[in-house]
Design a protein around this ligand. Sequence first.
Ligand code: ADP
Length: 327
Amino acid sequence: MSDKPEKFIDEKGLRLDGRRVNEIRPMKMEIGVLSRADGSCYLEWGKNKVLAAVYGPRELHPRRLQKADSALIRYRYNMAAFSVEDRIRPGPSRRSIEISKVSREAFEPVVLTHLYPGAVIDVFAEVLQADAGTRTAAINAASMALADAGIPMKGLVSACAVGKVDGQLVLDLNKPEDNYGDADIPMAMTSEGEITLLQMDGDVTQEEFKQAVELCKEGCRQILEIQKETLKNKFTKLEEVEVSDEEEDVDVSALVESTLDSLEEDETSEDVEDIEEEMEVEDLEDVEAEDEVESVEDQEDSFRDVDEVEIPENNDEDVPEDDEETA
Ligand code: ADP
């Protein structure tokens, strides 16, 4: 572990990683990364790397754990053994059990669980690389995985920590700030600013606490924008595929119609009294009509290809059973 830095903020107001006090670390995310999960998200935030997977809503077994009037949310936060410099002992620890519990509670007021009585919604957050702020990173990823799974929510949950170093409040602590700072206050909130998770380690005054909440709201607003943008990108892509399918459909029906029209025109323009000529024309028409039908089939095949490639099927049979209660 590195030593405590002499100063966390320089005279220009810049932190050790070059950020200002109200800036978050660079964040990017992608949803739908796991084909067997109902919803998933991979998130990178600074040096943190987190994968979230959501399964459900599905029937909860054993049945005695079912809630009659709502779905149960289970949340498992886990740090991979290789996620930190020194290997972490695999399996649940006091820390991961606590984080799983508070993270689950961060989603309970937001997910519309009453729509799925007797069901369970499983959320798995795997930290692949840890560099301070992993619980908030996991919540941001889990929120996106829930949205990706199409689970009805009042809104997205965004999370960020505020801390205190060199007597100043700073947004989104990096590793040295987290290790050696005077305070660490992780929070999660809805898009309306309703706080669903609040923890505090260290000391701040009442006034500083109020400022910390405001600073955190600012951070969560920035994160919400990235989350919304990620969702928009995915659904715009899906819309494009659907629209192009419709266009192709119109072409197919137009093609069929024009083929039929041309066949009718050809028939009426023929001298019906000349049977031999009529026979010849019909032979020709058969060949043309066969060609057209083939081209329609070709196009329909290509739509099938697009459907198969762009919109993978959700294979519920592959979802592993996990009856372990995590929190
Ligand atoms: P958070 O990751 O939410 O900030 P903590 O404040 O408990 O949670 O941890 C801060 C950082 O300390 C983690 O992000 C991780 O980099 C590191 N850390 C946490 N637990 C361990 C551990 N058991 N071994 C090594 N490093 C750890």
